[in-house]
Design a protein around this ligand. Structure first.
Ligand SMILES: C[S@@+](CC[C@H](N)C(=O)[O-])C[C@H]1O[C@@H](n2cnc3c(N)ncnc32)[C@H](O)[C@@H]1O
Length: 264
């Protein structure tokens, strides 16, 4: 996948808002995964497809000055803000480029592989970069498990939200996203020889953090929604207004978090 094929390109001005919203919604879930792996001071971590700086900064705090974080992305324009003494930021394609030369205690990617058509190669690259006994944590959505924006579609506002969400999914799929990827991760981990594999799902149904994420996403894909006849300008404005006025209980698809260790 080239950078320009990626629907949610980081260069778009709304990307920063989207990264803030993703962090607000998902960082607590991700940090619990890191706790389950025993993340500690001094660890060396690789954050793949980092996007914004917030989670990278949190990892850097946890591993402290004796630790190290490598944060990579195909477009690191926003990740760069996290660069510091113990954080290195690099432009890197997890599927197309060789893994970094160094080995890590933990490699993490959240909401990245679902967008990468060569996801099996990306997974192999991440496992290659682990120390023996090191942890891999992959978190990816499974929109096919729950495709709706509003689960309780009781009126025209909810139906419009669901139609726009369905159009967004179609666009993602046409660019190579696997909309039922999350459920496949435990099997992929085991097939790759990982041990202590464990998986769980986080499924926001009506959390306040879903609204800013919806607004940023719709603004980013507005021209694609219009160009593909998914919604009119007027419908997009109406939907954004519905989000702002709080008449929608906005949901997200389950995010499946999987962790496993490379054989020591
Ligand atoms: C949905 S965002 C998620 C960002 C961040 N991981 C989070 O959860 O907040 C997906 C990120 O993956 C990056 N990405 C997409 N394809 C990639 C690839 N092949 N290699 C590295 N990063 C990639 C995008 O540039 C974007 O920053």
């Amino acid at each position: 996948m080239t950078d320009s094929d990626y629907l949610l390109e980081n260069r778009k001005t709304e990307a920063a808002q989207r990264f803030i919203a993703l962090s607000a919604l998902f960082d607590p879930v991700t940090l619990r995964q890191f706790d389950a792996c025993g993340m500690a001071a001094g660890w060396r971590c690789w954050e793949v497809g980092a996007g914004g700086p917030a989670l990278v900064r949190r990892i850097a705090e946890r591993v402290g000055p004796a630790g190290h974080v490598l944060a990579t992305d195909i477009d690191d324009s926003w990740t760069k803000e996290a660069a510091s003494l113990n954080v290195e930021v690099r432009t890197h394609d997890v599927a197309g480029d060789c893994p970094p030369g160094e080995l890590f205690d933990l490699v993490h990617a959240r909401l990245v592989l679902v967008h990468v058509p060569e996801r099996e190669r990306a997974l192999r690259n991440m496992i290659r970069a682990l120390k023996p006994g090191g942890w891999l944590v992959i978190e990816d959505a499974d929109p096919a498990l729950q495709p709706l924006s509003c689960i309780d579609a009781y009126g025209p506002e909810q139906e419009l939200a669901n139609r726009i969400r369905q159009g967004f999914r179609t666009l993602l799929s046409s660019r190579g996203a696997d909309l039922s990827f999350g459920r496949k991760l435990p099997r992929m981990f085991r097939a790759a020889g990982m041990v202590d594999v464990a998986a769980e799902a986080y499924f926001p149904i009506a959390l306040p953090e879903c609204a800013p994420l919806e607004v940023a996403t719709i603004k980013m894909i507005r021209s694609d929604l219009l160009g593909n006849g998914i919604a009119t300008e007027c419908e997009i404005e109406q939907h954004l207004e519905n989000v702002r006025t709080g008449v929608l209980d906005l949901s997200q698809p389950p995010m499946i978090s999987v962790r496993g260790r490379k054989l020591p």
